[in-house]
Design a protein around this ligand. Sequence first.
Ligand code: CDM
Ligand code: ATP
Length: 275
Amino acid sequence: MIVERAPAKINLALHVRHRRPDGYHAIETLFAFARDGDAVSVELAAASSFTITGPFAAALSTLDNLVLAAIEAFASAFGTPGPLAIGLDKNLPVASGIGGGSADAAAVLRALARLTQVSPDDPRLAACAVELGADVPACLLGRAALGTGRGEQLAPLDGLAGTPLLLVNPRVAVSTAAVFARWDGEDRGPIAEGGLLDRALSGRNDLEAPARAIAPVIGDVLAVLGSTGAPLLTRMSGSGATCFALYRDATERAHAAAAIRASHPDWWCLESALA
Ligand SMILES: C[C@](O)(CO)[C@H](O)COP(=O)(O)OP(=O)(O)OC[C@H]1O[C@@H](n2ccc(N)nc2=O)[C@H](O)[C@@H]1O
Ligand SMILES: Nc1ncnc2c1ncn2[C@@H]1O[C@H](COP(=O)(O)OP(=O)(O)OP(=O)(O)O)[C@@H](O)[C@H]1O
């Protein structure tokens, strides 16, 4: 059996530049990844099956799922590997700005490439990722990168691996398309040059205001994260509603997590680190 991790994607900064003729938005974003996330398993079997386990399994369909779309995309590009038993361990909240579905799709592409001895650098694999969604190429790369275009043009970046990270979601699903549709159309400028933390600190998430208009509780999450301990950076990721904080050390992260779990026991809270 082949197991591939599907780490949560974080947008350390997300600048929306303009709406393109194809309806997508040109973005500039600092992608980073957590050490934790979902996991996908794949093996050849007598008959096809797809099983979802984990804390967020109930939020997903086994019939309409990015995992199945990724298998289809792979089969169109490389031929069908045969009947597959697929497992998805769903640990990340769904429709939450941390790319769970995109991470799962990318993990499937990586797993099928290993199963069929396709090179992970095969350009047809990257083409499958582009077809599956704007975040899937970044998730296929799986390391910090500057993303441009609609997020698929990637330039790897170093600088923050190991930084303690806290992810907090108020358990409100937010539609990415609905948030982009509410963006005010104003280009507030590019991401600055420099080291990764400085670039992130001087950056923004331009989807925060439209996401907060849809889910005002995001403002509460940001306020609580910003006022608990002394984070290096607090921000919303992607189209929300998950927000994150970066810390100097694991003790500060643990204190913040304990305080937030006590004050908001209904929120999802994951202690992790940047990959
Ligand atoms: C917000 C981000 O998560 C930042 O990393 C991504 O830009 C969104 O990536 P994603 O969830 O993989 O997005 P997709 O599934 O490709 O697109 C969902 C919808 O979001 C909008 N969308 C997405 C990406 C983008 N650059 N411009 C857009 O306008 C489109 O309406 C699209 O129909
Ligand atoms: N395996 C999957 N995991 C999560 N969502 C999935 C999956 N398959 C299909 N979906 C659907 O895709 C939509 C987006 O889910 P996802 O969790 O990837 O969003 P997101 O975290 O907001 O992503 P992004 O940060 O890329 O905007 C959801 O509405 C969900 O129903």
